[in-house]
Design a binder for this molecule. Structure first.
Ligand code: GDP
Ligand code: MN
Length: 387
């Protein structure tokens, strides 16, 4: 679950971290009113769940009210890497002397948290990593031991943060780690972490990703969930409680289990097709769930063939077969469906499906065969003009 920059900064502020004062705005009039309250100059910042806003023209300094209006009008509606700007953050401008980079994330392979700090901030960290990997000081943090003040000071020295700012940066890092842990975040990134010309350390940007599985102990996260930007397909799937991620191909994918769904996406790619989505219907593939999944996929106008890949485990093949037959009876499907059914009681399941097979409902013995057939059908459907 991604936060907007300003939501991240508001979270930081609750931990006493220094962030610029600002206000959210949803129109040019609101932006102007905010700037009048905040005092000029201000920075007008696009709020979208993606980075690189500065380069895309989504971050603009405004010295007077006319400029605030002009920038707000220019940025609202702007497309930044496929995200349309609907919300702005107006904040008091900062006088930047130095730009650093700081982040905490999870290093799954090390089973520890990973902190990254660089005196070369304000640019994409990937670019720094490629050009000068030694400019990024990394620190692994044991989740049980945590991060001590001593470690922070050492880390700051390793990153060659200039002496004048070193102590303040070390304090910021210690507090930022507390935010990362307390908030159950998967990522907290500040780029740039600045030193102003007056020598103050300020967190000028924020990128925060929260672990959606932690909402049970963070009741305020419902408000963040409400501001997630999902595409229409993802919204519809989310409303049905389905694990769905929209992709941009033409083969709709339904599988049981996240691992199998990912493999299915891979196999579609492997045989030269492009998946329209990832969809995991989970353990029980009853008619209700299957119908919901088919509905979501059928509403995607890019879909030209549907691949249902089921491996029966605890759920038996015949239950799945009944679910598919019932679901296809309930939902009017525009695209041909290819089924691969294997695992527990697969033979019984296939037998149940047999009488229903047609040009619209096909079955293949293996995952690879089924993927080939679905990709074939998706290709053949090109230009057929399905609605
Ligand atoms: P991003 O491009 O999405 O990472 O957005 P940022 O919030 O990091 O802003 C991009 C760049 O705009 C920063 O790296 C700064 O150089 C610049 N910037 C942002 N806020 C201010 C500000 O208050 N004053 C000045 N002078 N520059 C700013
Ligand atoms: Mn940034």
């Amino acid at each position: 679950m991604d936060l907007f920059e300003h939501q991240g900064k508001e979270l930081f502020a609750r931990y006493g971290l220094p962030v610029p004062v600002g206000e959210a705005a949803f129109s040019a009039d609101e932006a102007v009113a905010a700037a009048q309250r905040l005092g000029l100059p201000v920075v007008v910042k696009a709020q979208v769940h993606t980075g690189g806003r500065g380069k895309a023209g989504g971050v603009k300094l405004a010295a007077d009210i006319d400029e605030v209006r002009r920038h707000a009008e220019g940025i609202l509606g702007l497309d930044i890497s496929g995200h349309t700007v609907r919300r702005l953050w107006i904040e008091q401008a900062s006088d930047i002397a130095e730009e650093y980079y700081a982040s905490f994330t999870l290093d799954r392979s090390a089973r520890q948290h990973l902190g990254m700090l660089s005196a070369e901030g304000g640019v994409e960290i990937e670019a720094v990593a490629a050009r000068a990997p030694e400019a990024i000081a990394r620190i692994h943090i044991d989740p049980v031991d945590g991060l001590s003040a001593e470690q922070c000071r050492h880390w700051v020295r390793a990153a060659r943060i200039p002496g004048a700012a070193a102590d303040s940066v070390a304090d910021v890092l210690a507090a930022l780690y507390r935010v990362y842990v307390d908030a159950d975040a998967d990522l907290v990134e500040v780029n740039p972490l600045i030193v102003t010309s007056g020598g103050e350390v300020v967190l000028l940007d924020s990128k925060v990703t929260l672990d959606a599985n932690s909402t049970f102990r963070h009741h305020d996260y419902a408000a963040y969930d409400a501001t997630q930007t999902r595409d229409e397909r993802e919204q519809a799937a989310h409303a049905k409680g389905l694990q769905y991620v929209g992709l941009d191909g033409s083969v709709g994918v339904i599988a049981n289990g996240a691992g199998l769904a990912m493999s299915t996406v891979d196999v579609v790619n492997q045989v030269g097709g492009r998946p329209a989505n990832f969809l995991d219907i989970g353990g029980g593939a009853n008619a209700e769930v299957m119908a919901g999944a088919l509905e979501v996929i059928n509403n995607d106008p890019a879909v030209r063939a549907i691949l249902i890949n089921i491996f029966g485990g605890i759920t038996r093949g015949e239950e799945i077969a009944v679910g598919i037959v019932e679901a296809t009876g309930r939902v009017d499907i525009d695209s041909p469906i290819v089924i691969r059914l294997d695992g527990t009681n697969a033979a019984e399941g296939r037998e149940l499906l047999e009488p229903h097979l047609s040009d619209a409902l096909m079955m293949e013995p293996t995952m690879l065969d089924a993927a080939r057939r679905a990709v074939d059908l998706a290709g053949a459907g090109d230009g057929a003009g399905r609605s």
